[in-house]
Write a protein that binds this ligand. Sequence first.
Ligand code: MRU
Length: 348
Amino acid sequence: MPGKKRDSLEPVRWKNGALEAIDTTKLPGRLVYVRMRTVEQVCSAINSMKVRGAPLIGVVGGYGMVLAAMNLGGSDLNQARSQLRKSADALVLTRPTGVNLRWAVERVFKASSRVNSVASLGDELKLEADAILREELESAHKIGRFGAALIEDEDTVLTHCNAGALATAGYGTALAVVRSAVEQGKRVSVIATETRPLLQGSRLTAFELARDGIPVRVIADSAAAQLMAQGVVDKIVVGADRILGTGHVTNKIGTLPIALGAKFYGVPFYVAAPVSTLDLLTDVSRVVIEERDQREVLSIGGRRFAPRNVEALNPAFDITPPELVTGIVTDRGVVRQPLMENIRALFG
Ligand code: MRU
């Protein structure tokens, strides 16, 4: 359906004085919102992955600061700011790997220096959080437009995890590229890796693409390289949780083996992300890889498959080195090799 705008999901919204976000743990069965009125509820929604995906966590974290400000009592501004600092630190700790959360929370915290009364903190911080939501949605559409130029008619695009509307303010990053190409009239079909352990690919990517009428097939994560070997995959587009100045890409666990396969079989491997995902300061050795609960690996859908006495390792992210990346699609354009030089030229 060329020309049709594919923005139908509203993953996050402010409604009647509360924050609402689609509870992705209920998908694809039920499309329901989790309602948050306190910063503790925001932390818990992020921790439990009701809300996930780096850009969306950033937006939601920003509103978490608004809720923290709105719930402050007293009239001492210094005391209020130190309370807000604690809320900011608690939010950032919920998901340590993605950089958008820290970026958004610090940006909203900074807005607290613009007010001269505790009573006006909530409104001032909300202006900043609203601006982040608006800007992130605009970025998603820009990423889509830049990325669509890389996609040809009849391409089969493989993607990993969910870098779609459900991971962002709307429209997506990797899936923005697909959506935009489809809006231009290109016939694109998607291969979605199921993305163990939490199945963001089969539950969320497949859900939102099928909802938009974009052809999608789900594969076991371990099938990706074989499909590349068979020549079934034309392009790979994934999202990112943190992109370093060197071009190292941190993304959902399982991205690195896909990138390695892509290099071996000569399949272009693109990463799509907004500027809020860039971290030009941190060295690769200092990126914290979130280690999640073992039960996510030992069980599927709450049913345990591994024997009782066995333990698991559950790193939630991996780091793809720059030499495996063909290009990074940002809201300011496509960064090509050499990544480090070109990231510096565009963002330095
Ligand atoms: O653990 P998740 O589901 O939050 O991981 C999400 C990813 O790795 C996404 O690819 C990334 O956040 C980019 S989303 C636009």
